[in-house]
Design a protein around this ligand. Sequence first.
Ligand code: PSU
Ligand code: MN
Length: 306
Amino acid sequence: MTLNTTLTLHRSAAVTKATQDGLPIVALESTIITHGMPYPQNLEVARQVEADVIAAGATPATIAVIKGQLHIGLEDAQLADLAQAKNVLKLSRADMAACIATGGTGATTVAATMIAAHLAGIAVFATGGIGGVHKGAEDSFDISADLMELGQTPVTVVAAGAKAILDVAKTLEVLETQGVPVIAYGQDAFPAFWSRGSKLRAPLRMDDAAQIAAAHKMRAALGLPGGQLIANPIPADAEIAAEVLNPIIATAQADAQRAGIVGKAVTPYLLQRIFELTNGQSLEANIALVRNNAALAAKIAGHLVA
Ligand code: PSU
Ligand code: MN
């Protein structure tokens, strides 16, 4: 078995060109492809989101580890392979080095994508929802490494808030403790992933991508290590009412408990169960919000290089 002890960043042709020319780049995660959505929709969405980034004026860099190589931007054949691959690891901060060193294949979560993006000089990243504090975390201690990553790696992450599979109030508390600016885009409320509004107010609000880019630069000027979380509400025509989803989420959670699901398997299990219980409807909303986040991230990236 070959072991990797040096790190090489493998940039796609498009990312190499954009990097050389100083053009805006948006990082995209791969766990949403391998563990967040079923095939073949996952591949369609991955391609669509890349096209959305391009349409909004930036170059997409989907990040993944393939056979021990850290890829910053995937060629289409690599994307297609990853979307259908079985037994792909789910990589967070804790697992990434071991996977690369031993020649494994893994998809990057928000935390791992932030680490890779920062290594590659990419400051903006678009996804669907971040990991957070799980309901019942006072017993399980299940708090996503995404939150601590936002506290230490200087990447601006655009998401549609946090899913109601999480304890959203506790998630906001941990982000505050970690010193992460949580900025709602264009509204006061912290968006609730499938719905635009929620009872929780976001700590900060900005109405313009240029403000978000300026705040990102000011954090660097202040010597602050972490990133920013931009909470971008789902488009109005795609939202699903919380009343519709809450009982489904409760069922998914009860099923997870009964099945004894723990650790990193929890989030993928809940996402898959909610997909089944809504007959795929949750996926339509998920697709709309990821595309919306990709477009906003591209605008922010444009202001960052300007
Ligand atoms: N939340 C979603 N969709 C996702 C994820 C979270 O709504 O696809 C994925 C992301 O990759 C995120 C990861 O970084 O799950 C969090 O996993 P955990 O809760 O195990 O940290
Ligand atoms: Mn967890």
